[in-house]
Design a protein around this ligand. Structure first.
Ligand code: PLP
Length: 394
């Protein structure tokens, strides 16, 4: 009668949502101040003033039909041009408006890219730990997700494992740096090595292997860590960008795909992206927000809260005895649990009001994710509780 697969996807709550809802219930029982919710990646830095001002100015001064009307499917031409120019200034690229396809955030950008590329039997390779939605996005277009085991020492890439998993069936590689959930930024050396291996594999198999760079956290990289612009290292790259985190606009659904000329058959891929967006009923990215982000494209993001929070939590966890890689970007830490069973560990943490997400959800058992896009004071007050939790294991 109905699609069992869709029913399961729609009714099985994600672990993150379940923890978040538990937190809301618990807050009603014991008070908001006694719940330390590290579960959700919802930015807590306020949307910048210049974004609000741009939205208000457009809403006040433009013709309503110009603001709220449909745009052409890839986005308003002046928006695409403004974004292309902004990227060119930053990265020395040579994009024009035709290289930008506006989307409803990164989720739409990656799903459209998967759909545009996927043929029967295709595999999409990603690296643990990974954003759990990749699996359902890839499977929704008929592809298979292949996961490279994590390199836990520094969350860079285990290239030996990777090289074995790239086969004749590999259509694309998905990378996400700065990473959710590890907080790592792939170094230039990592990107160069990845590009070299892919070029060799393309030669070996005689077909292109695409790199899909999922970059919602691009702007959130800390001092000493630079996020390489991947199309400069590897031609067959699609960049999926979002303003959800950089401008704290996750609910407005705005982002884009960069479709470079350097891709093997740009025209065909751009056409397939337009077709994929069409069948996914992505009529156009939200019009108002296209105009707003185009105006703000060159503006910086304020990441100071994340810098403070990341350092505070990292130092506190280290002091409590946790093994953890230093925060490099995004707003997550991914420490090792104090027992092998990450579900049992996160369950135990709940006793202290600490709401953490088991690493298994990200393809990396034995670890937990702590999202630190929360109030700095909440983090400060949580540190003695992490110590008490750790003491249980001594
Ligand atoms: N990719 C990663 C790695 C994410 O963490 C998220 C959201 O948290 C997304 C994609 C989706 O972002 P958007 O809100 O732009 O759809």
């Amino acid at each position: 009668m109905i699609s069992q697969k869709m029913y399961e996807l729609g009714t099985k709550k994600s672990t993150i949502r379940t923890i978040f809802e538990f937190g809301r219930k618990r807050a009603a029982e014991v008070g908001e101040e006694n719940v330390f919710d590290f579960s959700l990646g919802n930015p807590n830095v306020p949307t910048p003033e210049y974004v609000k001002e741009a939205a208000l100015d457009i809403l006040t001064h433009w013709e309503p039909s110009a603001i709220h009307g449909y745009t052409v499917a890839p986005g308003a031409p002046q928006v695409r041009q403004a974004i292309a120019e902004s990227i060119n200034k930053r990265f020395g690229t040579h994009y024009a408006g035709k290289n930008i396809f506006m989307t409803a955030g990164a989720a739409a950008a990656i799903t459209i890219s998967f759909k545009a590329l996927c043929q029967e039997g295709d595999e999409f390779v990603t690296f643990a730990p990974f954003f759990p939605e990749y699996r359902c996005f890839v499977e929704s277009v008929g592809g298979k997700l292949v996961v490279v085991p994590a390199r836990t020492a520094d969350w860079q890439i285990d290239f030996d494992a990777f090289a074995k998993l790239v086969t004749n069936h590999t259509k694309a590689i998905i990378v996400n740096s700065p990473n959710n959930p590890s907080g790592a930024v792939y170094s230039e050396a990592t990107i160069k090595q990845l590009a070299d291996i892919l070029r060799a594999k393309e030669k070996e198999f005689g077909h292109p292997i695409f790199l899909i760079s999922d970059e919602p956290y691009r702007e959130i990289a800390y001092e000493g860590f630079t996020v390489p612009y991947i199309p400069k290292y590897y031609d067959n790259t699609l960049v999926c960008y979002s303003y959800s985190k950089s401008f704290s606009l996750p609910g407005e659904r705005i982002g884009y795909i960069v479709v470079p000329d350097e891709l093997e058959s740009y025209e065909k891929i751009f056409g397939a992206i337009a077709g994929a967006a069409r069948v996914l009923t992505h009529v156009n990215a939200p019009s108002l927000w296209q105009y707003v982000v185009a105006r703000c494209a060159d503006k910086p993001s304020d990441i100071s809260t994340y810098v403070t929070n990341g350092q505070l939590l990292y130092n506190g966890l280290k002091e409590a005895g946790f093994e953890c890689v230093q925060p490099q970007g995004a707003f997550y830490l991914f420490p090792k649990c104090l027992e092998p069973d990450d579900y049992a560990f996160c369950e135990r943490a709940k006793k202290y009001g600490l709401l953490l997400v088991p690493g298994t959800d990200f393809g990396c058992p034995g670890y937990f994710r702590a999202a630190y896009c929360i109030k700095t004071d909440t983090i400060k007050r949580s540190l003695p509780l992490f110590k008490q939790l750790a003491a249980e294991y001594k």
